[in-house]
Design a binder for this molecule. Structure first.
Ligand SMILES: NC(=O)C1=CN([C@@H]2O[C@H](COP(=O)(O)OP(=O)(O)OC[C@H]3O[C@@H](n4cnc5c(N)ncnc54)[C@H](O)[C@@H]3O)[C@@H](O)[C@H]2O)C=CC1
Ligand SMILES: CC(=O)C(=O)O
Ligand SMILES: [Mg+2]
Length: 372
């Protein structure tokens, strides 16, 4: 099979879908790999690195899309990329379709088979292809939150860890999954006063165990959030209902009850965001203010640390990529129910229940797609 890896074109996205080592593994199993010129540069991989491991370099994205059977990427395809997809082609990347009807329409029209990283599951109920980037985004969240809180950036001029004699900042993390846990680890490490909210009691129990009194856990409810907001310096949104649009947990009216210059970091923005006033921003222009509250809503946070993120993502995607290439998408999905959960679009229809529900579109049962 021919695997194609184009250069990412989302603004300030420096990750790449395939490392030279991953390309080599695919080639050693008899596959051909075509990488767009310069695709790995932002992550520190030169064209020569890919060539040294046996890959072919294509001058343009057109060539990669036109010749590959399987396209491997990082971010959801942008409008120009969507036009290049075609029937019979397999796309393997993040899609985040629930809040993005326009992308969903284009992918359906393309006729391509689209497998989304973020809905592939594992035997422990986790999301193995989202987890590595959630680890990164979670660790970044207190860091960007601390930056947003600086006075020159519009924040309230509070240092997360405080200093002797001055209390630390209060950080509220809504969602204690992979992002929330990683964010808690860094926020606690920076010396902040941290509260994590979740609706899963086992998750709260786990957090309580591993942090051994260094943070407070609280069951997530409208009332709990309303009580915490007026004293929070930094609120990190880290909830997820897999495949679905994020629930809105802080309304615009509630911003008025917050401390002026407090910061909201909405990591869940790629699923539409969990604050009513969130709108996706970019690394070029990451923050904005609404009613005196600073918002940071970058939808591809891991792109900021492209090398770490590319390696972490590549480690997780490789076995699934090899299965898709070795077996073809139908057999790979038929033999792995967890990879089958990644199927989002096939033959012009949405093939994931939560995505179909979020978009109000009819569902193509994945089993039907595989049987055809
Ligand atoms: N902006 C970015 O660059 C990135 C964004 N993300 C996003 O971050 C979000 C979180 O991802 P993960 O931590 O991996 O998911 P996860 O599934 O590990 O954790 C989500 C947690 O949210 C909890 N939850 C659900 N509803 C809740 C509610 N109403 N209140 C409190 N908690 C609630 C769940 O019980 C779960 O523990 C996702 O939307 C993901 O796509 C992930 C990586 C990068
Ligand atoms: C998870 C995701 O959307 C990202 O890493 O950009
Ligand atoms: Mg994202």
């Amino acid at each position: 099979m021919r695997i194609g890896c184009p250069k990412e074109i989302k603004p300030q996205e420096f990750r790449v879908g395939l490392t030279p080592h991953a390309a080599r593994e695919a080639m050693s199993r008899g596959h051909e790999v075509v990488v767009e010129a310069g695709a790995g540069l932002g992550a520190g991989f030169s064209d020569a690195d890919y060539v040294a491991h046996g890959a072919r370099i294509a001058d343009t994205a057109e060539e990669v899309f036109a010749t590959a059977d399987l396209i491997v990427k990082v971010k959801e395809p942008q409008a120009a990329e969507r036009k290049r997809l075609r029937e019979g082609q397999v796309l393997f990347t993040y899609l985040h379709l629930a809040p993005d009807p326009e992308q969903a329409k284009d992918l359906m029209e393309s006729g391509a088979t689209c497998v989304a990283y973020e809905t592939v599951t594992d035997a422990r109920g986790g999301l193995p292809l989202l987890a590595p980037m959630s680890e990164v985004a979670g660790r970044l969240a207190p860091q960007v939150g601390a930056w947003t809180l600086q006075k020159a950036n519009g924040g309230r001029g509070v240092l997360l860890g405080g200093v002797p004699g001055v209390r630390p900042a209060r950080v509220v993390i809504i969602g204690g999954g992979v992002v929330g846990t990683a964010a808690a680890r860094v926020a606690v490490g920076m010396g902040a006063n941290v509260t994590v909210l979740d609706r899963s009691l086992p998750r709260l129990s786990y957090l309580d165990d591993i942090f051994m009194g260094k943070l407070t856990t609280q069951f997530s409810s409208e009332g709990a959030i309303a009580e915490l907001l007026p004293t929070a310096d930094l609120v990190i949104g880290a909830v997820l209902i897999p495949g679905a649009a994020a629930p809105k947990l802080v309304s615009r009216a509630q911003l008025g009850q917050m401390l002026p210059g407090a910061a909201l970091v909405d990591v869940a923005i790629d699923q539409g965001g969990c604050f009513e006033t969130s709108r996706a921003t970019t690394h070029q222009d990451p923050i904005y203010e609404v009613d005196g509250i600073m918002h940071y809503c970058v939808a591809n946070m891991p792109g900021a640390v492209a090398r770490t993120s590319t390696q972490a993502l590549g480690n997780a995607t490789l076995p699934f990529l090899l299965a898709l290439a070795d077996k073809g998408w139908k057999r790979a999905l038929a033999e792995d129910a967890h990879l089958k959960n990644g199927l989002n679009v096939h033959a012009g229809r949405i093939a994931h229940p939560a995505v179909a529900e979020a978009l109000g579109l009819p569902l193509l049962q994945p089993e039907t797609a595989l049987a055809a």
